[in-house]
Write a protein that binds this ligand. Structure first.
Ligand SMILES: NC(=O)c1ccc[n+]([C@@H]2O[C@H](COP(=O)([O-])OP(=O)(O)OC[C@H]3O[C@@H](n4cnc5c(N)ncnc54)[C@H](OP(=O)(O)O)[C@@H]3O)[C@@H](O)[C@H]2O)c1
Length: 287
């Protein structure tokens, strides 16, 4: 069998980088989608220091532009008719309200919609690998989905209420869970599985540290409360590489324990509603 292929977003730091390193060590060729090629090259060097023979391709792909994600995904699908593993991991928590070039609130756009477009274009290659030997999609979600607003699809752009970073982030993470569940339903019985996880509260760059008091609080949290990226990446590595998890579909890991998702996230109607909203918002980028 030729070398298996893994596509990973958000691998330039934190949970994604540790996960990518483990996937390389397991023998996969890595296709790392990064918004900064320089950061991507630095990540490649760090991974290759640990995994000397790692095959790594850096692909520029800003996840806040649906056109860029579409172009990147279409090219990947052409270059790789077979993809064994997709890790949808890139994420952001936006302190200030802003919209992307596509006019969509940034955390929903980056954390969910960009990954929807990416996955859409890679599905044929993932299914090809799934039919042959099994393939996996892993989504980095969050415990934050438990406190999301189940009606968030009614106001993606926060036109009806005041923007609140934690709620926007939670809603985008609910979208990750719903998307994982919808794919799992659609793919049931095929060789391709879709699972998601909460990594724990992890000391990474996602925590805002711009102002002096944020630096102080986050610094203390990182020292005394948050877990390391190595610990946070454990469920990702488990879902991506554990042989038994290749046969599990639609599960949610909370750190290293399988756990129930929020009750309304199990609702197929809500999963379908997100799917349909995503089709509508990304309509120009799915061909
Ligand atoms: N840390 C936690 O406590 C925690 C808890 C639950 C879930 N998560 C989830 O874990 C995932 C990974 O985050 P992390 O904690 O490891 O934080 P991180 O170190 O900040 O990693 C985030 C990754 O996403 C990339 N990214 C962000 N915005 C992007 C954009 N517009 N285009 C392309 N790439 C972009 C970053 O790239 P750059 O290097 O270019 O910034 C980086 O590689 C996220 O989905 C997050 O929601 C984290």
């Amino acid at each position: 069998m030729s070398q298996p292929i893994a596509v990973i977003t958000g691998a330039t730091s934190g949970i994604g980088e540790i996960g990518a390193r483990a996937v390389a060590a397991a023998g996969y060729e890595l296709l790392l989608l990064c918004r900064s090629p320089d950061k991507g090259e630095a990540t490649r060097e760090r991974i290759q220091t640990e995994v000397h023979d790692a095959a790594i391709r850096i692909i520029e792909c800003p996840m806040d532009s649906l056109a860029a994600v579409r172009d990147c995904a279409v090219q990947l699908a052409r270059d790789y008719p077979r993809i064994d593993l997709l890790i949808n991991n890139a994420g952001t928590a936006e302190m200030q309200y802003s919209r992307t070039v596509d006019g969509i609130e940034r955390s929903f756009a980056v954390n969910h919609l960009a990954h929807f477009v990416l996955t859409w274009h890679l599905l044929p290659s993932l299914k090809a690998a799934g039919d042959a030997d099994g393939a996996r999609i892993v989504h980095t979600a969050s415990e934050a989905h438990y406190v999301a607003n189940k009606d968030f699809l009614d106001d993606i752009n926060w036109e009806k209420g005041r923007y609140f970073v934690f709620r926007a982030y939670s809603n985008s993470k609910l979208a990750n869970v719903l998307f994982s569940q919808k794919l799992a339903r659609e793919l049931e019985g095929s060789g391709l599985v879709s699972n998601c996880f909460h990594p724990g509260r992890v000391a990474t760059n996602i925590w805002p540290e711009r102002r002096w008091y944020e630096k102080l609080v986050i610094g203390l949290l990182k020292k005394f409360y948050l877990i390391s990226p190595e610990q946070g990446a454990r469920p990702l590595i488990h879902l991506a590489l554990d042989p038994d998890m290749g046969r599990r579909n639609g599960v949610f890991y909370f750190e290293m324990q399988e756990k129930d998702i929020k009750s309304f996230a199990k609702d197929p109607a809500l999963q379908d509603a997100l799917w349909n909203k995503s089709l509508e918002l990304a309509a120009d980028y799915l061909d």
